[in-house]
Design a protein around this ligand. Structure first.
Ligand SMILES: *[C@@H]1O[C@H](CO)[C@@H](O)[C@H](O)[C@H]1NC(C)=O
Ligand SMILES: *[C@@H]1O[C@H](CO)[C@@H](O)[C@H](O)[C@H]1NC(C)=O
Length: 327
């Protein structure tokens, strides 16, 4: 009975094919714990999955879409500095305080600064709509469609790197900071980055931390052993504020595609820098703790942490009105 034989043959082939397919799909995903967020659709769609191309497929594909974008911000006028500010939906006041103080893009005659707030997608649609309206007024918000949460902060930073690499690759420098940070822009622009000098490449600076994972589950910075078994992190810059030459944005973004995701964004960026062979420079102007205000003290810093929107205005007004005073 030839038809029976061919039936059996077809069945065997189908079985083998599905076993191979199953192995190839299940292997890589079981190796990244805690990453249920990685979309599987590329695998499912591809008719041509082999063991070979699994190894080269991104471990961390960052396949999110922009929900709000400002793709033309850099088109006509290339910025000297892009400031990426990690923020959450409810921080309307903090964003407004930054726009009205140190983040005011119009304060630097001749030197173009672009300020962008980074957000994910909120689970509350009302907040999403409010941010959408805010974006239509100010055009300084970028949103990708990952869920906005503390554990997804790394995705927010990578979105910023991706944005610079895609829409603003000719910028000279980039700063990544948070919405509760005061930035002394004069020191950052004129003393550190110096627009009149040749732009650096593969440059990265901030408050460098040499530390290791915290294994105490109660800590905000808890790192499970199975996610990161080593006892030391590579040197990394505190996420409260770090500055780099714009070429590094693309390097980090591309490296991240092949680097297993970790929720501590500054540690994660440090891991990418180590892979790239880029060493972060220590700069004592970046303060990642709170510091009581005094005019002379704040004149020496680049960043100060834990500043409320009210304090931001107060500090800004005081410093602006006392420009003529000497310390
Ligand atoms: C299979 O993958 C190879 C290499 O990625 C590609 O060149 C080829 O066109 C693919 N074949 C099919 C049928 O998709
Ligand atoms: C991070 O974002 C992804 C993609 O939207 C989502 O699936 C995941 O649940 C988020 N993780 C957390 C901890 O919120």
């Amino acid at each position: 009975m030839p038809s029976k034989v061919s039936c059996l043959y077809v069945l065997t082939v189908v079985c083998w094919a599905s076993a191979l397919w199953y192995l190839s799909v299940s292997r890589p995903s079981s190796s990244y714990v805690g990453q249920a967020s990685v979309p599987q659709r590329q695998v499912a769609k591809s008719k041509n999955v082999t063991f070979n191309n699994i190894r080269t497929r991104p471990l961390n594909p960052h396949s999110f879409d922009f929900l709000i974008n400002e793709p033309k911000k850099c088109e006509t006028n290339v910025p000297f500095l892009v400031i990426l500010i990690s923020t959450t939906h409810k921080e309307f006041d903090a964003r407004q305080a930054i726009r009205e103080t140190w983040g005011d893009e119009n304060n630097f005659n001749g030197i173009r600064i672009v300020t962008l707030f980074l957000l994910g997608k909120n689970t509350d649609s009302v907040l999403n709509q409010m941010v959408e309206q805010e974006s239509q007024i100010f055009h300084d918000i970028v949103v990708e469609d990952f869920i906005d949460s503390y554990h997804n902060l790394t995705l927010k930073t990578l979105m910023g790197m991706r944005w610079v690499a895609t829409f603003c690759s000719k910028a000279k420098y980039v700063m990544k900071t948070d919405s509760d940070i005061f930035v002394n822009m004069d020191n950052l622009v004129y003393k550190l980055l110096k627009p009149t000098t040749k732009p650096r490449r593969r440059y990265f600076t901030g408050y460098v931390i040499n530390g290791g994972p915290i294994r105490d589950v109660r800590s905000k910075w808890y790192m499970p052993r199975d996610l990161y078994p080593d006892s030391k992190y590579p040197p990394f810059c505190s996420g409260t504020g770090y500055v780099f030459s714009a070429d590094v944005a693309e390097l980090i973004y591309k490296t991240s595609l092949h680097t297993r995701l970790l929720h501590l964004e500054d540690v994660y960026v440090g891991l990418c820098l180590r892979k790239l062979g880029i060493h972060p420079f220590q700069n004592s102007g970046f303060n990642h703790w709170k510091m009581a205000y005094s005019l002379c003290r704040y004149r020496r810093v680049i960043t100060v942490h834990q500043i409320s929107p009210e304090e931001m205005h107060r500090i800004w007004n005081d410093m602006s009105s006392k420009k003529h005073l000497r310390c």
